[in-house]
Design a protein around this ligand. Structure first.
Ligand code: IPM
Ligand code: MN
Length: 347
């Protein structure tokens, strides 16, 4: 099994280190894992002047799984090409169109998921750009992006949502802005059409603005959320606070082949990078879902999941979680990774 780790920028390297500790324990448990490392994002711009080079893309294609830390940072805010473009290129070039973000917290009885479209919409739609125009005889800047989806892109995503719900509570919630946007009107129509082929699954629709409230008020009713690229990006940050902190959400991206991309949902947190205080739960939970979805190993996946929650139930946490954990005892990133690994190995 070739696992390619792309630590990226900011806190990416330090959280990746914690993940590698756990991967080594998986090797002790019998997994034959070959760990490779490479560059993406700002660190790749520093080295090669581009955020993702062709060689790395080829190594990605030959891997069995890719685990990405995070990309971006102030350092590149004036750079003509941004670290984030490397990540968007990776998602697009390797066809990672379906992004599963499980929102799960046993302390609060939370268990639903966001299925986010990852290859289309306003992130990629053309035309996009920034230009100058004469308005009232004054040269003025204007900028534009395009929320563009074709039927096939919507169908393939929504089908995955319905199929995922078959193994869960058989409830799908589609989030859109169809009271205003054409792209959402088509989305809703297709969701209804696909729903008619899944008689046992219940579909409901919520507008994105009200969805931000439903997530807080009625999250117990949720099971599988399906939504476009930009709404999924925004809602998942909100959901991370439901489970604890921004550092706690993992994600899995699928393409049509068996290759998967795992990444935490959080950003590179350049303000705290290198201080050994970041939260590695997002990236470690990515391994939890890798064990479940890619390796079909429910046993080890559960074991790792409960190792994380065992550490938290003893009160140990990184500083970002102090408001969520009773009788908290703050430990650093490294110690926190060791604690999880300790329970994963000994318990
Ligand atoms: C995410 C991130 C990315 C996104 C950024 C880093 C480009 O926020 O994975 O949620 O917007 O998709
Ligand atoms: Mn995001």
């Amino acid at each position: 099994m070739n696992i390619l780790i792309l630590p990226g920028d900011g806190i990416g390297p330090e959280i990746s280190l914690q993940l590698v500790k756990i991967l080594k324990t998986c090797i002790i448990y019998g997994y034959k894992i070959n760990i490779l490392y490479n560059y993406i994002g700002g660190i790749s711009i520093d080295k090669y002047n581009i955020p993702l080079n062709e060689n790395v893309l080829n190594i990605c294609k030959e891997s069995d799984s890719i685990i990405l830390g995070c990309v971006g940072g102030y350092k590149w805010s004036n750079s003509p090409i941004k670290p984030e473009e490397g990540l968007l290129l990776l998602r697009k070039k390797l066809n990672f169109f379906a992004n599963i973000r499980p929102i799960k917290c046993p302390f609060k009885n939370i268990d639903f998921l966001i299925l986010r479209e990852l290859n289309g919409g306003i992130y990629y739609g053309k035309p996009k750009g920034i230009s100058k125009q004469i308005i009232n005889s004054i040269p003025s800047w204007y900028s534009y992006d395009t929320e563009l989806y074709n039927e096939q892109e919507i169908i393939r995503l929504i089908k995955i949502g319905f199929n995922l719900s078959l193994n869960r509570k058989k409830r799908v919630t589609s989030i859109d802005k169809s009271n205003v946007l054409y792209s959402s009107k088509l989305w809703k129509k297709i969701a209804n059409f696909i729903s008619s082929k899944f008689q046992t699954v219940k579909l409901n629709h919520i507008y994105i603005d009200y969805a931000t409230i439903e997530l807080i008020k009625n999250f117990k009713k949720l099971d599988v959320i399906i939504t476009n690229n930009i709404f999924g990006d925004i809602l998942s940050d909100e959901c991370s606070l439901l489970t604890g902190s921004l550092g706690m959400l993992p994600s899995l991206s699928l393409n049509n082949k068996s290759l998967s991309l795992f990444e935490p949902c959080h950003g590179s947190a350049p303000d705290i990078a290198g201080k050994n205080i970041s939260n590695p739960i997002g990236i470690i939970l990515s391994l939890v879902i890798m064990l479940e979805y890619s390796f079909n190993d429910k046993f080890l996946s559960n074991k790792l999941f409960y190792s994380i929650y065992k550490v938290l139930s003893y009160g140990f946490c990184t500083i970002d979680m102090k408001n969520y954990i009773k009788n908290f005892k703050i430990v650093n990133t490294n110690e926190f990774g060791d604690l999880i690994n300790y329970f994963f190995f000994y318990d």
